[in-house]
Design a protein around this ligand. Structure first.
Ligand code: ADP
Ligand code: MG
Length: 685
């Protein structure tokens, strides 16, 4: 239960003064449903104005506050703007211009002959000075001169800056003073303001230390919650698994394991022997050989007389895993099954039976393998491929399936920087496959201007003539999904015209059967060219595909580009990746693509991408998608997360139950940032 003293912060915004039904939707669109959300709706930036005694003192482009007296109204023909010509003290004329507004309103705001204080940006229109849609017009100077620095908030349709500012002020008025949860030594050293002061200051101006403090709070809450989960997990009982190696000895692998694979397998084996359930993250770049590591781990479970499950994010990938694993397992006598949402009827029934009676030892599938209707005889290990697709909550829920908590191995190919690994996964144990299997050819990566499309298609044509296959990737950005799909379909039509029916198309809006059929044709080699949106991002192993063309490469995240590129370079042949770029590129975009050309080290790409995107901004950008944070920017995460992490550990070491003074304060913090699952674990024991 949330502590009572936080209740004022969890009042619904709909019940604030001045919020009618009309504002409910715009507020909801910005996720501002509670007073707390409003208080943390920090400005994107600030407008800094200067008070000037007359227009001679101001420069064009400057935000000013100046006293003006309207002298003439000027309407323009048709849909043109309405202008109020106004004079400053010395007699300079400036137009106050309104587009598409009702002129009656403008006349009422600026009656002829009455001096008003006007705040806005001074522009030049032809020979005339003008202020378009002033931010404020007021009779008295006081209010305007008192707010020369004004916040600019993210808005949604139906909201204005003034409206949001007023609501934020109300929200902060509701905020109670809260006890300090930051470690006193750190708090003094950083000279941060107290929580409530920090909130106020952060809305008033570019107050770095206030902003840092609020970001730090969020990071601390996150680290603390993840650490509590980790501790609770350590306190649970799993099944200690000790394999005798008999099945692993029968595995017929066409290669020897790399040093990194051997080391990782040993780490996992050691975890599995413990009674505390394993919670380990296996990070390894695309192609680093995670599958065989997962298989060895699952065989330990089978050798120990239990079952293992492998969860894949998509049907395609589940199928591919199933096929790869089945091949490797032939001759071991291990019974493996594939279970997806599409299996129905008798086939499904027989798999369910096999899982209950234990005759199926390894189950591969999509989230269908954890539906309520699926029970296991003794599931002791869950492997989750591509962890980032699933939230922490879902993972925890899944692992509650067995009578005892199963060991959990999460695998990800998303090379995220170390700081973000910590933020995303907390204190999970991490194994890194930092060594590629031998014999990999480097991928020749080139950045090509889109104007050279004809050359690219000719190169593709020559490539296909040699009998090798290729991918053609079109971008897919969620907000514009239909447009993107239309573009991909258009490109497919063009390429099909040129290369005939050896071209197949795969995108997210196709029916699964159609998608699979296309993928299968490509995997068999019947289809030579696969046009796709990013559905091929994960998995998919076709060694004969050695060319990849990526359209509008600048629209992709680097981690994503890196994963896509990993689809080629899988065989012995030389592979090429062509990054097509648009004609207008920002400096950052140019650097990011250059980085892709320069290196194939996913971890280096991730680190430098973070630098390129995160650096150089005072207020920072809240990069929601990438991180679980709404207050902390990427830059703040890098700078402050290590501190928060250490602080969280210290707190838990000293007061693991969060019952002493600072611990109590920290509980408030967990609720404040909705990381209270951490607290609930404390109580549940
Ligand atoms: P990922 O980490 O991307 O899941 P996979 O497990 O799919 O990588 O492995 C990529 C390819 O490398 C597969 O074709 C696999 O058979 C091969 N492979 C894995 N380990 C080795 C190894 N030690 N030596 C040679 N090839 C290997
Ligand atoms: Mg894989």
């Amino acid at each position: 239960m949330r502590p009572d003293r936080l209740n004022p912060l969890f009042i619904e915004t709909a019940s604030l003064k001045g919020v009618g039904p009309g504002l409910a939707r715009p507020l909801e669109k910005l996720s501002l449903t509670r007073v707390r959300d409003l208080a943390y709706h920090l400005p994107d930036r600030f407008v800094q104005r200067r008070a000037v005694s007359d227009l001679d003192e101001a420069s064009v482009g400057e935000n000013i506050v100046v006293a003006l007296t309207p002298v003439e109204y000027r309407s323009s023909a048709g849909r043109g703007p309405f202008r109020v010509l106004a004079s400053d003290g010395p007699g300079n004329i400036c137009a106050v211009t309104y587009f598409g507004r009702n002129t009656g309103w403008a006349k009422k705001t600026l009656p002829l002959g009455e001096k008003k204080w006007v705040a806005g940006r001074l522009d030049q229109f032809g020979q005339m000075l003008q202020i378009v849609h002033p931010d404020h017009v007021s009779e008295a100077s006081g209010a305007l001169l008192g707010a020369l620095c004004e916040p600019v908030y993210a808005l949604s349709e139906g909201l204005t800056q003034g409206r949001v500012a007023a609501l934020v002020e109300q929200a902060i008025g509701h905020a109670p003073a809260l006890p300090e949860w930051i470690e006193p030594g750190l708090f003094d050293k950083m000279q941060w303001p107290a929580w409530r002061d920090a909130l106020e200051l952060a809305h008033k101006g570019e107050h770095v230390s206030a902003r840092d403090r609020l970001a730090y709070d969020e990071l601390l809450a996150n680290s603390l919650a993840l650490m509590l989960v980790r501790n609770a997990n350590r306190a649970k009982t799993g099944t200690p698994l000790r394999g005798d190696g008999s099945l692993r000895a029968k595995l017929n692998l066409p290669f020897g394991l790399t040093g990194a694979q051997k080391r990782t397998i040993a780490e996992i084996e050691a975890d599995l022997q413990q009674a505390a359930p394993m919670l380990r993250l296996l990070q390894g770049d695309v192609g680093s050989g995670k599958t065989v590591v997962a298989l060895e781990a699952m065989l330990v479970a089978v050798e120990a007389g239990t079952q293992a499950a492998l969860l894949a994010p998509t049907e395609i990938l589940a199928r591919q895993h199933f096929e790869t694993l089945s091949k490797m397992l032939s001759g071991t006598g291990v019974n493996i099954a594939l279970l997806t949402g599409r299996d129905k009827g008798r086939a499904r029934e027989s798999i369910l039976m096999g899982l209950v009676d234990g005759s199926i030892q390894i189950c591969v599938g999509t989230h269908a393998i954890f539906q309520d209707t699926v029970s296991y005889k003794n599931l002791a290990l869950v492997v989750i491929d591509e962890q980032h697709r699933f939230g922490v909550g879902q993972r925890l829920m899944l692992t509650q399936k067995g009578r005892r908590t199963p060991h959990c191995l999460a695998m990800t190919a998303t090379p995220i920087p170390r700081t973000l690994t910590l933020a995303q996964y907390g204190e999970m144990d991490v194994s890194r496959l930092d060594e590629m299997p031998p014999g990999r050819q480097p991928i020749d990566t080139r950045v090509v201007a889109v104007e050279r499309m004809d050359d690219v298609v000719s190169a593709l044509s020559r490539h296909l003539e040699t009998g090798q296959q290729a991918y053609w990737v079109c971008p897919m950005v969620r907000e514009l999904e239909t447009e993107d799909i239309a573009a991909a379909e258009a490109r497919f039509a063009e390429l099909e015209l040129r290369f005939g029916d050896t071209v197949v198309l795969v995108h997210g809006q196709l029916r699964p059967e159609v998608k699979d059929a296309a993928m299968e044709r490509f995997a068999r080699g019947d289809a030579k060219l696969l046009v796709a949106t990013t559905v091929i991002e994960v998995g998919v192993d076709v060694p004969n595909a050695t060319l990849m063309v990526i359209e509008q490469a600048e629209r992709f995240g680097l981690a994503q580009l890196h994963q896509l590129r990993g689809r080629v370079g899988r065989g012995d042949g030389k592979s090429t990746c062509l990054l097509l770029r648009g004609s207008e590129l920002s400096e950052t975009a140019r650097k990011r693509l250059a980085l892709m050309r320069e290196t194939q080290d996913g971890f280096r790409i991730a680190e430098e991408d973070l630098e390129l995107r995160g650096g150089g901004e005072l207020l920072g950008t809240r990069q929601s998608g990438d991180t679980p944070f709404r207050v902390a920017s990427l830059e703040q995460i890098q700078r402050l997360l290590p501190l928060a992490h250490d602080d969280a550990r210290l707190l838990i070491e000293r007061d693991g139950g969060l019952t002493r003074e600072r611990g109590e304060a920290a509980r408030l913090l967990l609720y404040l940032f909705e990381r209270d699952w951490g607290v609930q674990l404390l109580r549940g024991g």
